[in-house]
Design a protein around this ligand. Structure first.
Ligand code: GLV
Ligand code: MN
Ligand code: MN
Length: 414
């Protein structure tokens, strides 16, 4: 099969231009939901989509839909896409490859003279990353109905601001939030292209990963309220130090993840904030956010239970008040076997070796799988590194992924 004319250098230029829109100096990419950089990046993407001749729609939480209309408007569209928000101190490829790569796939298809029967829709999801509200996949969660409107209304960022406040600031509030939810099977398929964020493809020198399963994340937010005081004057036996309770809890998370018997259980205390944060003051408050994942629910549930049981024990011993909130407890997703085979066929026709794999990171695909047949295409990234500024995939690796995506979209939309 003759590969579609994917322009890897044009795509790389656009990836680099997007990376320059960041809250932190290069090589760091930070684009937290609703930050100035996030809004600027959205404008950049919209402009590129318009230049590619796509028609745009934005929903009430800022999910962006860029459509190439097919010849038969009665057919359900095929969708692709990913996210452009980036956690603090991130790199330039996570999510972006699935957005700008999909746009390049569409341009290559257009250039080849392909005319889709089904519409092809590129979706740029709002906040795949959990940074602002502690909850990942905000846009796709709302689309799938997995996040209730009550829970969405209760979300607070570290400054106590609500989702509605930020929707208003970004002018996404002209429609009601409930309009974000999509009907089941409103897409015939959803395909997400993404960097692997792990080392397997690189180690095995395989250019394409075909994802069969996506691991399930869960997140806890823990508030600890101790007693502050003068670091010189409060003697050690009299202390109720919120940080020390938090430190014990973080170690309990590590122990819980290490002892499930499954090598796939991973636990991370990725947020740990304290007040007042002065060297000569006993920490009176701490906030922890704990990320716990596994490919199977029973072992993750066991670890979650152990962590939730450890918190009251630590806090009682140290005289600390606490609150535990389960921000999300998600189920793993299975990719659609028919789509997995379609992509594997495309790779065979292109002469590209493939590896069937699971995704240990979560993605908007986790929630799209609740609405429509879904699958993911992975490409290698150097050293398996992600969520770091030195995240890297080569233009050739990206070109392979985009080529596979383009041919897959052509098959699905023909
Ligand atoms: C997504 O960024 C994840 O944390 O898996
Ligand atoms: Mn990420
Ligand atoms: Mn991602």
């Amino acid at each position: 099969m003759k590969p579609l004319p994917v322009d890897a250098s044009r795509l790389q230029q656009q990836i680099d231009a997007l990376a320059a829109i960041s809250e932190a100096p290069a090589p760091v990419v930070t684009r937290v939901l609703f930050s100035e950089a996030d809004l600027k990046a959205r404008a950049f993407i919209k402009q590129l989509c318009q230049q590619a001749g796509l028609s745009l729609r934005e929903d009430a939480v800022g999910n962006l839909f860029a459509r190439w209309s097919g010849k038969d408007s009665k057919l359900t569209p095929v969708a692709t896409g990913s996210h452009i928000d980036a956690i603090p101190n991130a790199g330039r490829y996570d999510g972006v490859v699935g957005v700008l790569g999909a746009l390049e796939a569409i341009r290559a298809l257009k250039q080849s003279g392909f005319e889709p029967n089904r519409s092809i829709e590129l979706i740029i999801f709002t906040a795949e990353e959990p940074t602002r509200f502690g909850l990942g996949c905000l846009g796709s969660r709302l689309m799938s109905g997995a996040l209730s409107l009550e829970k969405a209304a209760a979300l607070r960022d570290p400054d106590g601001q609500t989702l509605d406040y930020w929707r208003g600031k970004a002018r996404f509030n002209t429609q009601e939030l409930k309009s974000v939810q999509l009907l089941k099977d409103c897409y015939s398929a959803f395909i997400e292209l993404h960097i692997e964020q792990g080392p397997l493809l690189e180690n095995e020198k395989i250019p394409i990963g075909v994802v069969e399963k996506i691991a399930a994340p869960s997140t806890l937010r823990v508030q600890l309220i101790g007693v502050g005081g003068h670091a010189g004057a409060v003697l050690m036996p009299d202390r109720h130090d919120a940080l020390l309770a938090g430190a014990e809890i973080a170690l309990a998370v590590e122990q819980a993840a290490l002892t499930t018997g499954s090598p796939d259980t991973v636990g991370t205390t990725g947020v740990f904030r304290i007040e007042p944060g002065a060297v000569n003051s006993v920490p009176c408050r701490a906030w922890l956010e704990i990320d716990l994942r596994d490919t199977q629910l029973p072992t993750r549930a066991a670890a979650l239970k152990r962590i939730e049981a450890a918190i009251p024990v630590v806090c009682k011993r140290r005289g600390i008040d606490f609150q535990i909130e389960r921000l999300n407890v998600d189920a793993p997703a299975t990719c659609d076997p028919r789509l997995v085979n379609t992509v594997a066929d495309v790779c065979r026709e292109l002469g590209l070796p493939v590896k069937k794999m699971i995704s240990r990171a979560y993605h908007d695909s986790l929630f799209m799988a609740q609405i429509c047949p879904t699958m993911m295409i992975f490409i290698p990234c150097r050293g398996g590194v992600s969520h770091r500024p030195d995240e890297y995939s080569s233009p050739q690796q990206i070109r392979d992924g985009v080529t596979v995506l383009a041919h897959t979209l052509a098959k699905l939309a023909a």
